[in-house]
Design a protein around this ligand. Structure first.
Ligand code: NAD
Length: 358
């Protein structure tokens, strides 16, 4: 048995998560993966019903799951409520409670969508990188935090064990890829970065088959735009990763296509990068592919089914190549809605599995 906690959230969250679950259920029917699903409220919808964005029942379901699939939270309705009740607080609390310290954001170019990128197609074509961001340490969580009228303090703390465990994830990831890690820091200025670099270099000795380079974050920000194809696994701390992952995502030019996975020692949380898109919520036109590609990551990292993950990813590529697209993707071909896009992927994945059997 493999239990998936399903948290659709707000706005387009339920619409896109529906398509992800549809795919998982179809795979389960076909291959007897032993999946079970339990759904709960998170975000603004939970505030409306229970007065808190992460109700205890929702957290308990997450803590008894093997993986969480989350849509998105937030929206204008909850923008002006007190900070502790903001839907976004649910995400921070959930990540913290699950101990998911490694945030994996793959950025892979898709030929038929090259025109969506703000960057020249010859630079983007062939990009296949992962931003691996440390998610539970660094300046977002360090103490003390302080603020008065004249002064504000945030504290950037990293412990050796935090760097070691994210480095382990990076090296293991790189073994199944092009065996190159770019570790990003600001070691010319920051003590925490000097510790970071020292630990990465020590860890590198355990993996002689992997090439490690170090880049300062400002240089990395530039190189990601100039030569994104040269990167394989980009390993970095929390705040640098927050910024670089958005930058790397923007290289592709379409928010509706970007998946993410956050992995810890025991739990895993899977969510598309985009938000709840209140401007298009309820219209049935949201692009479900970010969530479907997020399901591919769940298959890859939690169920260890690389074969199924690749099948889903190539089904998505094929469908786009044939021109099927939601309105956010400005390409030639047939315009489809959220549900139809989900159906197309399920049909194509099942067809591919059938072909594999023969
Ligand atoms: P957003 O990602 O929701 O939307 C930005 C733009 O991209 C919008 O025009 C939207 O229509 C479009 N878009 C996003 N996902 C799409 C999809 N799957 N298909 C088609 N178009 C898509 O970001 P925002 O507008 O800044 O934020 C809206 C709300 O979402 C806010 O309340 C914000 O706090 C929240 N948010 C939540 C998360 C999360 O839950 N992880 C992340 C970002 C923002």
């Amino acid at each position: 048995m493999f239990k998936i906690a399903v948290f659709p959230g707000d706005g387009i969250g339920p619409e896109v998560v529906n398509e992800g679950v549809k795919l998982l259920k179809a795979l389960d029917r076909e291959l007897n993966l032993g999946l079970t699903f339990e759904e709960a409220l998170i975000g603004g919808i939970a505030v409306d019903k229970y007065g808190v964005p992460l109700p205890k029942e929702t957290l308990d379901i997450a803590l008894s799951s093997d993986a969480v699939l989350l849509g998105a939270v937030g929206g204008p309705k909850w923008d002006n409520i007190e900070v502790s009740k903001r839907p976004e607080q649910a995400l921070l609390a959930l990540r913290k409670n699950l101990g998911v310290f490694a945030n994996i954001r793959p950025v892979k170019s898709i030929k038929s969508l090259l025109s969506a990128s703000p960057i020249k197609p010859e630079i983007v074509d062939g990009v296949d990188l992962i931003i691996l961001r440390e998610l539970t340490g660094g300046i977002y969580f360090g103490e003390p935090k302080y603020r008065d009228k004249e002064k504000a303090i945030d504290t950037l703390v990293y412990h050796r064990y935090e760097i070691e465990r994210i480095a382990d994830v990076a090296f293991k990831l790189s073994l199944s890829r092009r065996r190159k890690i770019t570790s990003v820091d600001k070691a010319n200025i920051l003590e925490s970065s000097r510790l970071w670099r020292e630990v990465i270099n020590e860890k590198a000795k355990e993996y002689p088959q992997v090439t490690v380079e170090h880049l300062y974050v400002d240089n990395c920000a530039m190189q990601l735009i100039r030569r994104p194809k040269d990167f394989d696994v980009v390993l970095t701390e929390n705040m640098f990763g927050d910024i670089l992952s958005d930058e790397a995502g923007a290289i592709l030019g379409s928010l509706g296509m970007l998946p993410s996975a956050s992995i810890g020692e025991k739990y895993a949380l899977y969510e598309p990068i985009h938000g709840s898109a209140p401007d298009i919520a309820g219209k049935g036109i949201a692009n479900p592919l970010a969530t479907i590609l997020t399901v591919a990551l769940l298959l890859r990292y939690s169920l260890k089914r690389e074969d199924l993950a690749s099948t889903v990813e190539s089904a998505v590529e094929e469908i786009l190549k044939e021109g099927y697209h939601t309105p956010d993707l400005n390409i030639d071909g047939e315009l489809v809605n959220t549900v139809r896009m989900g159906d197309l992927v399920v049909e194509r994945v099942l067809k591919k599995l059938e072909g594999d059997k023969r």
